[in-house]
Design a protein around this ligand. Structure first.
Ligand SMILES: *Cc1c(COP(=O)(O)O)cnc(C)c1O
Length: 355
């Protein structure tokens, strides 16, 4: 049994990593390779490493542990605010974490002291996206409390845009971070701090040479993995987007009506389905479902084939207009985007095949 499977072209990912790493390095920005999109699978992390990436970020401590245990070298950064309940694991598996709560920072400091370690802290600043972060006017106050703690060391500032609020990175909002950085250097008596100013959507600012001096780190996932910038809604120039393909297998092929018979209730996910009457259609059912993949984020690579919908374990295609012959057992290829990749990588039912 080799389906459903995700075929992963490691060379293309390595090239994307190398390309972005160089592009940013030429502007004085180091790249943190973000591994959460692929559960930090060591083969892919190695491709990032071969592309020149020396720092790795993940939102899940389990994934940083995987990186450590598989011998991937370089700084490991927890890029989601830590839970107090995972302080022990954070100290153990992460060199650095991003933080916005002094209570949590105090717990991390105590835990680090217990284990004779010093844990690095990047203070997250909210410049407008309304996801995580300290408000700019409070940053120095938090830093002044943090600098007296023995188990931690504040090494810089970070911000996140383009995720929750969809706020695009701009010269203005990144400049807030740089200015705050100068204040923080004074407060902490440090010469040069890390200013972690962006993700894939920030690559555009670099291309346009619109990035304020002082930003010296980006955390990049999507651009490396699938060569796309969702927030900017554009391919990342110079990268390759067909790094991965999903293959799923036909288990039923029949001609059926396009409208179900009987009274329509809610589907298995609490939505009321709607149907368009196109008469009798040739429908293929594939052995993959919403437990494995987000059906809105995969795209059939066969001409004329359309996704009709699915349930937890089934994907239904309209193959009436397919140019290629489809039979029971046919493996249908799909391209995927970052959102599609997330759940496919997480599903243990989807095999990962490295090419
Ligand atoms: C996921 C994540 C990133 C990476 O974003 P991409 O758009 O995939 O480059 C960067 N920073 C944080 C805090 C994240 O959670």
């Amino acid at each position: 049994m080799d389906t459903p499977r995700l075929e992963i072209h490691l060379n293309k990912i390595k090239e994307n990593a190398g390309y972005i790493n160089n592009l940013l390095m030429n502007k004085g920005i180091e790249t943190v390779g973000v591994t959460k999109g692929f559960c930090a699978i060591p083969e892919i992390a190695t491709a990032l490493s071969q592309g020149g990436i020396r720092k790795f970020g993940d939102s899940r401590i389990e994934n940083l542990k995987t990186l450590c245990q598989s011998g991937i070298e370089g700084e490991k950064i927890l890029i989601r605010l830590p839970m107090v309940s995972e302080a022990y694991e954070v100290i153990k598996w992460a060199d650095t974490s991003v933080n916005s709560e002094i209570e949590t920072i105090k717990v991390l400091s105590e835990e680090a002291e217990k284990h004779n370690k010093v844990h690095n802290i990047i203070l997250m600043v909210d410049v407008g996206d309304l996801r995580e972060g300290i408000l700019p006017e409070e940053v120095i106050k938090v830093a002044s409390e943090g600098k007296n703690l023995q188990g931690i060391r504040i090494i810089g500032l970070g911000t996140n845009v383009g995720c929750y609020g969809g706020v695009l990175p701009s010269k203005e909002n990144t400049k807030i971070l740089v200015d705050l950085g100068r204040d923080l250097e004074k407060e902490l008596d440090l010469e040069k701090i890390t200013i972690s100013g962006g993700s894939t959507c920030g690559i555009k600012l670099v291309e346009e040479d619109n990035i304020p001096d002082g930003i010296n780190q980006y955390r990049i996932g999507e651009g490396i993995l699938v060569g796309y910038d969702s927030t900017g809604d554009r391919p990342v120039p110079g990268t390759c987007s067909n790094t991965m393909q999903l293959i799923a297998e036909v288990i039923e092929l029949k001609e059926k009506d396009s409208i179900p018979k009987g009274e329509i209730g809610m589907d298995a996910f609490g939505n009321k389905p709607e149907f368009e009457d196109k008469g009798k259609r040739k429908r293929a059912i594939l052995a993959i479902g919403k437990q494995d993949v987000d059906l809105d984020n995969i795209f059939p690579l066969l001409k004329g084939v359309e996704i009709l919908g699915g349930s937890s374990d089934h994907l239904i295609l309209d193959v009436t207009n397919s140019k290629e012959a489809i039979k029971i057992g046919t493996r249908i290829p799909f391209s995927i985007n970052y959102g599609g990749m997330l759940r496919l990588m997480t599903s243990p039912y989807v095999k990962k095949l490295f090419k």
